[in-house]
Design a protein around this ligand. Sequence first.
Ligand SMILES: C[S@@+](CC[C@H](N)C(=O)[O-])C[C@H]1O[C@@H](n2cnc3c(N)ncnc32)[C@H](O)[C@@H]1O
Length: 241
Amino acid sequence: MRVRILGIGMGPRHVTVEVADALRGCDYAVAVRKRDDDGLLALRRSVCDAFGVPLVTVADPERDRDDPADYPAAVADWHEARAVAFERVLVERGGTAAFLVWGDPSLYDSTLRIVERIAARGRTPVEYDVLPGISAPQILAARHGIVLHEVGRPVHVTPARRLREAVEAGQDNLVVMLGGRHGFEGLEDWTIWWGANLGTASEELVAGRLGDVRPDIDAARRRARDGAGWVMDTALLRRAS
Ligand SMILES: C[S@@+](CC[C@H](N)C(=O)[O-])C[C@H]1O[C@@H](n2cnc3c(N)ncnc32)[C@H](O)[C@@H]1O
């Protein structure tokens, strides 16, 4: 049993030659099916169609998303449930399976941990490897024509829910992901380079002083959601010097 964890960027146009070759050699691809996520599943399906691989979908187990008191425990439970669901498919089908990862597997993605769990459960021997994809911050930087940091300076990558503590700790150049409901209050004088649905037909970009462009971001976010039926955004925030 072999699993190939493949970064697919934001859809077929971002699939690298290396990942395309790997996909063509797989017997099938596996992807989760979320209730509110059909647009993203459709993009994964288009990758499979483009490279001639059948897609097997697995219903995504329920997850406590309402800021649970013990966030790591809630995520661990969800990973275990996903591992069980994926393991079932692998055992039934055997062969070589592709796990299609949105963007790159190294950045805010649970696939690698879930496959490690399947291997650790020991019910089925699993060999796996990982191939990189193009991640949202890379597309954000390319679209705005910027480097993510100033010369020789760091960039801090954070989920939006931890933005406040990062700023309080002195971070002044941050890539913010997993936005959801979390805002940028108090950072009106910072510069933002923002993008939603990057790399897709409903892509939106806004840049400027946050206090000035906030309404533009809100409007662009709505357009992205209306266009695609889903919205994901990433931003670079830099304290004004
Ligand atoms: C679960 S993480 C996946 C990140 C992905 N593995 C990557 O390499 O970019 C989802 C978050 O990535 C960012 N993201 C993913 N796709 C995006 C897109 N097309 N446009 C803007 N941000 C995106 C958003 O911050 C979103 O909340």
